[in-house]
Design a protein around this ligand. Structure first.
Ligand code: 13P
Length: 254
């Protein structure tokens, strides 16, 4: 069981083959910083190319369809992204939930099909601003997790990662206070132990995401129960992304 900090870049709908040089640079830097587990989730079109370039970093997808195959024009299944070289998939991102109407129930079926295809899963959760303002953020997030995660997962500690991404912090430059992050991650940990038992639930990594940058990464990654970061905008250049990874490794080389 790896307990290294886990720093994952979500490239979202960014990147053409010109970005492969950034992937190569991230991979080379990751080889020098083995205390941190580094991964990127490029768009579908780049998964195979990044996989071929990468010696050290993990490569994942940003979504998959719940069905294994069939007449679903424009969709991509879990086994397809696995075949392209993905080892994990990000599911339930707020941009999918909001922009594509994905419900908790749909996300759960995607989690099941991804696990069945041998992929690990990074399951995203996070509240909209009005829930935070109403003081209902914890209830909202735990309910998302309750409904988006299967009741049981064999080897949950190894196969699942949870990413807490408050929607109002994504791409805005705003972040919760460190105390707020600590409180939410503690609540998520409590839920994971309740759902998957102490042995598995206590080792599922909980990432923080939402405006993580090189200059706030050290503080955020130092918060209890923050096992890494899911990084959007700042993952698009090797320089800023690896400075975040470096902060996770406490700046020391392996
Ligand atoms: P930003 O780092 O750009 O805020 O995006 C976070 C995110 O949505 C990662 O999945």
């Amino acid at each position: 069981m790896s307990l290294r900090p886990y720093i994952v870049g979500n490239w979202k709908m960014n990147g053409t083959r010109a970005m492969l040089s950034e992937a190569r640079a991230i991979d080379r830097a990751a080889q020098r910083h083995m205390k941190v587990e580094v991964a990127v989730a490029p768009p579908f079109t780049l998964i195979h190319a990044v996989h071929r370039e990468a010696e050290q970093i993990g490569v994942g997808a940003q979504d998959c369809h719940p069905a294994a195959d069939g007449a679903f024009t424009g969709d991509v299944s879990a086994s397809m992204v696995a075949d392209a070289g993905a080892k994990f998939v990000i599911l339930g991102h707020s941009e999918r939930r909001e922009g594509h109407g994905e419900t908790n129930e749909l996300v759960r079926t995607k989690v099941q099909s991804a696990l069945a295809a041998g992929l690990k899963v990074i399951l995203c959760c996070g509240e909209p601003e009005e829930r935070r303002d109403a003081g209902a953020h914890e209830k909202f997030v735990l309910n998302q997790l309750r409904l988006s995660l299967p009741e049981s997962v064999d080897g949950a500690g190894e196969k699942l990662t949870v990413a807490y991404e408050p929607i109002w912090a994504i791409g805005t430059g705003r972040t919760p206070t460190l105390d707020d992050i600590a409180a939410m991650h503690a609540a998520i940990r409590g839920f994971l132990i309740e759902r998957f038992g102490d042995a598995q639930g206590s080792v599922i990594r909980i990432l923080y995401g939402g405006s993580v940058k090189p200059d706030n990464a050290r503080d955020i990654l130092g918060v209890a129960e923050v096992g890494g970061a899911l990084v959007g905008g700042a993952s698009l250049t090797a320089d800023s992304f690896m400075n975040i990874a470096l902060a996770a490794g406490d700046g020391e080389d392996a």
